[in-house]
Design a protein around this ligand. Structure first.
Ligand SMILES: *[C@@H]1O[C@H](CO)[C@@H](O)[C@H](O)[C@H]1NC(C)=O
Ligand SMILES: *[C@@H]1O[C@H](CO)[C@@H](O)[C@H](O)[C@H]1NC(C)=O
Ligand SMILES: *[C@@H]1O[C@H](CO)[C@@H](O)[C@H](O)[C@H]1NC(C)=O
Ligand SMILES: *[C@@H]1O[C@H](CO)[C@@H](O)[C@H](O)[C@H]1NC(C)=O
Ligand SMILES: *[C@@H]1O[C@H](CO)[C@@H](O)[C@H](O)[C@H]1NC(C)=O
Length: 943
């Protein structure tokens, strides 16, 4: 949702009044975009007629394949916001008229056969966030104009035939996180201007014809995680020593680049996991310093490295592969490399020392069963008298693992139509036939070289992010491809039923295809190869007894795969818009003040009806600016309604802030806005209803709630941290919450944590014209005592670490059940004193029952690090999430249950009695400052 329009009227109402009069009922697509779409279609060739509907009627209102539209209040037209045509066998060229689609945020033509060059006019679409052209036959050079896409987050042009240099203008892509340009014919020097990109995570430019030198300025990239430049030709140049200072780096891959010189000191990169410098002309000794303990893969093969293998090539608990073959190494074969690896489960270690000059082996050379040692081509194979050396001395190729799992269940009778239905091999219901969603999925630059030990983590991560149960995902097969990249075919099954409903399909698809999820860094970036529902057979309605809607779902999903689903998105969005049109008209009658696109509008009558005329019996709490009611909408949906107290300007400010923010934030750990009401001097916010109330209520010993187990607490901690991480790093621009506390963390029916109450949120600083990002926002101090970052309190400088502090306090509450401030004592000071005296376990909340002591120790220690006085000593929110994930994996629940299912589904109701707590909290928060008005929340004007 870009283009959120939000106007705070008040004083400027007069200026804007004519603007309201022009709010026409949006009916049709902007004529210039209609013209553009027809030009786009004309320059494409569509042999399978996938775009057949692109000639009927109006693009947005007639549901053209691949379009998602929005209406803009200021011109009365519908605009194309997304154009995604994934794998539809399209050829032909891209029309320059693409540049006329001026409201696009996603432009995708992945995996077609489109040729010709990328039109420079795409540079005119300043709203563009995702430009996805990978997997075509595009040629020509990269237009400089792409560099002017100031909102671009992701550029994927890999696997084309694009030539010429990387334009220097790409150094202006100040929002870009992912530059994927591998497997093209790009040439020339890599512009050092790329080192200006403030949030670049992944730079993949492997398999091109780039030459010149490696820019040493890349050391200035503050966020770089993956640098992959394999198979280019930088002959004669060396690896800049400055690369040892890229402290954020996780993967450095410079295979076959013609590099000379020695290996620089990489010991200061704390989490480097994957290092591939193979097939160069590097010389000198192997690194004698210690690489990161996170190393999974070290490939230095096919160079001219000399000397012996240092004994400190050990202490890598996660190591999977050490490849040193085809060098000039001499001395003894090391036997300490595997000493720190615990070979449980599926871990294996592959040590390739072939074709060196190793002459001896230690006396006690007895690698465990899962360590493969290859010594072929070393003098030691001829010298030794040990008979069992033979098995290490066979010539052996590099084996890549692949896997597949069969989906059979012998004890079940066959599924109705064998091609459409399959058994879900993991379903808790035995013999459940279901139609799975098939997803071609590829890890583009993984940080591992053996998937097997990570399969469980991958499944947990992906299902957690997609909000599915673990048993809904099945990795049908995976295979390593050149890159190395990991190609997978995933099947998603409906939850305990045979069919997905349409909205669930759309949800999964849009999360995957809009890159709304980010897997753990271990797996690197992913790409989507295809998306199909079942096979293309439609079950017979009368026989299977399926509901009509379900059959329509299959039918629509199956016919054209990707394209048709997008049509449905259009349809759903259109339905939302038709409601908005009514809203627009009404709002122009309302006295003031807020106008937000894409958020449902409710009338006062609807709200009164939902709450039995705001009767006390429906009140469930008291918020900062008024009462909270539980309501039932006409269609039966339960909602929480926040009603502002009359005439409070502060309320109006928070009101606008909250609508504006919530309407463009979508994350399963953030509470979602169902709509709002703004008329007759009334302002109300309507949220999804959280049956389990606030976290604070569950922690209070006096409440008659079921106590939360340690696993549930940890999961709530992780959910909250992920929600806030999304605010910090995915929201655009980033947002600091400013008021994180246990009573602002709500729990849904499954005890999933959702962060609420954005009334105090501040947009984070964004880069100024020179591209420098101020580290903080200066504000009047707001927040809740006990949760307030002391540094923010003293300096008035709000940073992301202020939220880290407050969340740390919540973690302390989760561990101890204590309140942040009780009888004048501050929880942070109390807990750290007690921990220092070695009595930590004495303060752990005994209501949580038994817990793994190692996990709780780590959890409390993380909480205390979050609550350090000094901003810099606190971990970042990303580090908090990663650490919690680590702790989670150590719990017994992580193995035993899917990530979602430990929550009970009791559907408890948020009772009026729970309101007293929130009331007190809010009173104190209000007392701390009524100066929000003067703190000057930035005004967002319509584009
Ligand atoms: C668009 O799709 C919806 C739902 O399928 C349908 O009701 C509507 O008539 C369609 N519009 C056109 C012009 O086909
Ligand atoms: C792109 O923008 C430039 C000015 O910024 C304009 O001259 C040009 O006509 C635009 N091209 C298209 C196709 O809209
Ligand atoms: C070695 O790996 C196999 C699977 O490759 C596994 O079944 C076995 O348990 C492992 N052995 C040890 C000693 O870890
Ligand atoms: C090892 O791999 C097998 C098959 O892929 C899997 O079933 C098993 O759970 C894995 N073991 C561990 C400990 O990950
Ligand atoms: C989808 O992608 C997977 C993984 O590459 C592949 O095995 C499968 O054949 C593809 N399916 C279709 C319909 O293209």
């Amino acid at each position: 949702m870009s283009g959120v329009q939000f106007i705070l009227c008040g004083a400027i109402l007069g200026i804007l009044f004519p603007y309201f009069l022009h709010v026409a009922v949006a009916k049709s697509t902007d004529p210039s975009e209609v013209h553009a779409l027809s030009a786009i279609k004309n320059s494409l060739t569509d042999p399978l007629n996938n775009l057949a509907d692109w000639s009927n009627g109006d693009p947005c209102t007639s549901n053209w394949t691949g379009l998602v539209c929005v209406s803009m209040p200021n011109d009365g037209y519908l605009h194309v916001q997304e154009l995604q045509l994934l794998k539809l066998n399209l050829s032909g060229t891209l029309a320059p008229e693409l540049g006329l689609l001026s409201h696009l945020t996603i432009l995708g033509f992945m995996w077609n056969k489109i040729s010709g060059s990328i039109p420079r006019e795409i540079g005119n679409i300043t709203s563009l966030k995702l430009l996805l052209l990978n997997g075509n036959q595009l040629s020509g050079s990269l237009p400089e104009e792409i560099g002017y896409l100031s909102n671009l987050d992701r550029l994927q042009i890999d696997e084309n035939q694009i030539s010429g240099p990387i334009p220097k203008s790409f150094g202006n892509l100040s929002r870009v996180k992912h530059l994927h340009m591998n497997n093209n014919s790009l040439s020339g020097q890599i512009p050092h201007e790329l080192s200006q990109l403030p949030i670049l995570f992944h730079l993949l430019v492997d398999n091109n014809n780039l030459s010149g030198y490696l820019p040493s300025e890349f050391a200035e990239l503050p966020s770089l995680k993956i640098l992959q430049l394999d198979h280019n030709n930088f002959s004669g140049s060396s690896i800049p020593a400055s690369y040892g200072n890229i402290s954020t780096l996780l993967k450095l891959s410079l295979r076959n680049c013609g590099l000379q010189g020695s290996i620089p000191d990489l010991s200061k990169i704390p989490h480097l996991a994957y290092l591939d410098l193979s097939s160069n002309q590097l010389n000198g000794p192997l690194p004698s310093y210690k690489l990161s303990i996170d190393m999974t893969t070290i490939n230095l093969s096919h160079n001219s490295l000399s000397g012996s293998i240092p004994t400190n090539f050990s202490g890598f608990p996660k190591l999977q592969r050490l490849s040193l073959q085809n060098n000039l190494l001499n001395g003894s074969v090391p036997s300490s490399i595997w000493q720190d690896i615990t070979f449980g489960g599926n871990n294996t270690l592959f040590l390739d020392f072939e074709n060196n000059s190793l002459t001896s082996i230690p006396d006690a050379f007895d690698p465990p069963a899962n360590v493969t040692v290859l010594l072929y081509g070393n003098p030691v194979c001829a010298n030794t008298k040990q008979p069992d050396m033979v098995r290490y001395c066979q010539p052996q190729g590099d084996k890549q693992t692949s896997g597949s799992s069969t989906n059979s269940n012998k004890n079940c009778s066959p599924c109705p139509t064998d091609k459409t239905y399959e058994y879900n091999p993991l379903s808790p219901i035995p013999c459940l036939c279901a139609v799975p969603l098939g997803v071609g999925y590829r890890l583009k630059s993984p940080g591992i070289s053996d998937f097997r030990p990570y399969i469980a983590d991958f499944e947990t991560d992906l299902t957690f992010l997609l909000h599915l149960f673990l048993y809904q995902l099945h990795i049908d097969r995976y295979i390593w491809e050149a890159g190395p990249r990991l190609n997978m075919y995933l099947k998603f099954y409906p939850d305990n039923s045979s069919l997905f409903n349409i909205s669930e399909i759309l949800r999964i698809r849009s999360m995957l295809a809009g890159w709304e999820i980010t897997l753990s860094d271990t797996f690197g970036p992913y790409e989507l190869l295809n998306f199909t529902l079942g096979s293309y057979e439609i079950p017979n309605t009368s026989k299977s007894g399926l509901s009509k809607g379900a059959v329509v779902g299959i039918l629509l999903g199956a016919i054209a795969g990707a394209g048709t689903l997008s049509t449905l998105v259009t349809f759903l969005i259109m339905r939302r818009h038709s409601r908005n049109q009514v809203a627009s008209k009404r709002r122009s009658l309302s006295k003031f003040s807020v106008k937000v696109d894409g958020v449902k509008y409710f009338t006062f009558e609807e709200m009164a009806l939902a709450t039995n005329n705001f009767s006390d019996s429906t009140q469930v709490g008291q918020g900062g600016y008024g009462k909270v009611y539980k309501g039932i909408l006409e269609d039966g949906t339960l909602v929480a309604i926040k009603r502002a107290e009359e005439g409070s300007l502060q309320g109006s400010k928070e009101f606008s802030t909250e609508i504006e923010l919530l309407s463009r934030l979508h994350h399963r750990n953030l509470v979602s806005l169902a709509g709002y009401c703004d008329e007759q001097d009334e302002q109300m916010l309507v949220y999804e209803f959280m049956p389990n109330g606030t976290l604070r209520d569950h922690l209070s010993a006096t409440k008659s709630k079921e106590p939360l187990s340690f696993a549930m607490r940890l999961r709530i901690a992780l959910g909250s941290a992920r929600g806030i991480l999304y605010l910090h790093s995915e929201a655009d621009p980033p947002i600091y919450h400013r008021d994180i506390k246990a009573s602002n963390i709500l729990l849904d029916a499954k005890f999933n944590a959702k962060v609420a109450d954005f009334g105090l949120s501040r947009l984070a600083p964004v880069p100024d014209v020179e591209g420098t990002v101020p580290g903080h926002v200066s504000t009047v101090v707001k927040g809740t005592p006990g949760y307030l970052d002391p540094e923010y309190f003293l300096t008035h400088k709000l940073t992301d670490k202020s939220d880290v502090y407050s969340l740390g306090v919540v973690f302390l509450e989760l561990s101890t059940g204590m309140r942040p401030i009780l009888h004048g004592k501050n929880i942070v000071r109390e807990v750290s004193m007690i921990c220092q005296s070695g009595m930590m376990f004495s303060i752990i909340d005994n209501r949580m029952g038994s817990y793994p002591s190692e996990c709780i120790e780590k959890f409390v220690s993380l909480a205390l690090r979050c609550c350090q006085d000094e901003t810099d000593a606190r971990p970042s929110m990303l580090e908090v999430v990663r650490e919690l994930e680590c702790i989670w994996r150590m719990t017994p629940e992580a193995d035993a249950t899917p990530s979602e299912s430990m929550a009970t589904d009791s559907g408890k109701i948020f009772t009026p009695s729970s309101s007293s707590v929130s009331r007190n909290q809010y009173v104190s928060s209000n007392a701390s400052g009524s100066d929000l008005v003067s703190s000057g929340f930035p005004l967002i004007t319509p584009r």
